[in-house]
Design a protein around this ligand. Structure first.
Ligand SMILES: [Zn+2]
Length: 411
């Protein structure tokens, strides 16, 4: 087999193209593969596909997969056509996407590596600039988002995740059934989320069955204003409610601890975290101590009991019964004279409608929180992101469930 035939075959070059010359440059450790169009085949306009008269042609180069560790470059003289409808346009080649300096197979390889390693690591590995690798990643995401088609998620999760500093957040909308990120918003304001909702077809907004979230006014209002019947669909997440109650119990503990220290009682020192743990995680001995403390008439025991009762009220199936139980809980919590607890109780009272929705819809932000921790891992791995656009790109790339490969490549 001649080397040109060999390369035609291994590169998967198809008619009317064929490999005409293969040159090995020992000094630069490069293989240059020249590809030529068969004479007599008329070029087509890449937009409409109609055969069009040739205009001129230009030499172009693409980096391809290495040949035995030699950098392999494809070269071709690519015709431009003059289409009566679309003017002068460069014809497309089957091995690369328009405007890319890499063959589709090379881009697919970089995409594979990017799943495993950071942009910097891949750029070192491939001997390419950081920007070149980032460009491949950006194109992959763009391609994936364009291919994604209509979003049909019925159970959404809306959450925020910190970008760089505290108080700088992005909004993450995910599909609760597939765990895929659907949207990354550049802040956590109402307008951004509303805009995203409005980009969806009306029929889909209608079909949304639940939107799980924290009690964040911007998310609540955006959803109320955009999703039909949102009053019955917004679900305030159990874990966020648990977090607020847990923080309030801790606050009660600290206030009481201060008071006790002033009285010279140190018996409660060092048990800060016990109150936040499940009893199930404790040794029998610890559990005994814990029970003794819990059963004592201390304020924090009361606070703890209030929290525990609230957490046991998520199993209802009927909204009516759930409402009755929560109303009883609220009247207890509001009268407990422990300020941190009554504060959370007030918040819960205002948001009870969405808590009841979460209970009967049986949804939580669990899946979104799982995504959140994967996003944190991404951030740690790449030591932060220079800007939000890059951050969003990485989230879509890794967690968007997108088809990232160039056309014609599937694995
Ligand atoms: Zn055309």
């Amino acid at each position: 087999m001649r080397d040109t035939d060999l390369y035609t075959r291994i590169l998967g070059i198809e008619a009317p193209w064929q490999v005409s010359v293969v040159e090995v440059e020992m000094a630069s450790r490069e293989v240059i593969v020249q590809v030529k169009r068969k004479a007599g085949v008329k070029p087509c306009c890449p937009v409409c596909g109609k055969e069009s008269p040739g205009y001129d042609s230009r030499w172009r180069r693409w980096r391809h997969l290495d040949t035995c560790q030699y950098k392999t470059i494809l070269e071709a003289n690519v015709p431009r056509v003059e289409c009566p409808e679309h003017g002068v346009v460069t014809t497309s080649v089957p091995w690369a996407e328009p405007n890319s300096g890499f063959t589709a197979m090379f881009e697919a390889l970089v995409i594979d590596w990017l799943q495993e390693a950071t942009t910097s690591a891949v750029s070192r590995l491939m001997g390419l600039s950081w920007n070149a690798i980032d460009g491949i990643m950006q194109r992959a995401v763009k391609r994936g988002l364009a291919r994604r088609g209509e979003i049909r998620a019925r159970h959404l999760g809306v959450d925020e995740t910190a970008f760089k500093k505290r108080h700088d957040y992005v909004t993450i909308v995910s599909d609760q059934s597939t765990g895929k990120v659907l949207h990354v918003g550049s802040d956590r304001k109402k307008a951004g989320l509303k805009q995203w909702y409005e980009s969806l077809p009306k029929s889909h907004l209608q079909a949304i069955e639940s939107v799980s979230m924290d009690m964040w006014p911007a998310f609540i209002n955006a959803t109320l204003e955009s999703v039909p019947g949102a009053e019955e669909k917004i679900a305030f997440d159990k874990f966020h409610v648990a977090k607020y109650l847990g923080e309030a119990v801790d606050k009660v503990r600290r206030q009481e601890h201060k008071a006790l220290m002033a009285e010279g009682r140190e018996d409660l020192k060092g048990s800060k975290y016990d109150w936040l743990y499940n009893q199930a995680n404790m040794t029998p001995e610890k559990r005994r101590d814990f029970r003794a403390l819990r059963d004592s008439a201390l304020k924090r025991a009361r606070a703890w009991a209030i929290k525990e009762l609230a957490m046991s009220l998520w199993g209802y199936v009927s909204k009516t019964w759930a409402r009755k139980a929560w109303k009883r809980w609220l009247s207890w919590a509001m009268r407990c004279r422990l300020e941190p607890m009554t504060n959370v109780a007030k918040t819960i009272k205002e948001h009870l409608w969405g808590i009841l929705n979460a209970i009967v819809l049986k949804v939580s932000n669990g899946p979104a929180e799982g995504l959140n921790s994967r996003i944190k891992t991404l951030k740690v791995r790449s030591r932060g992101f220079r800007n939000k656009q890059r951050f969003a790109n990485a989230i879509y790339f890794h967690l968007g469930g997108l088809e990232l490969y160039p056309a014609g490549i599937s694995r």
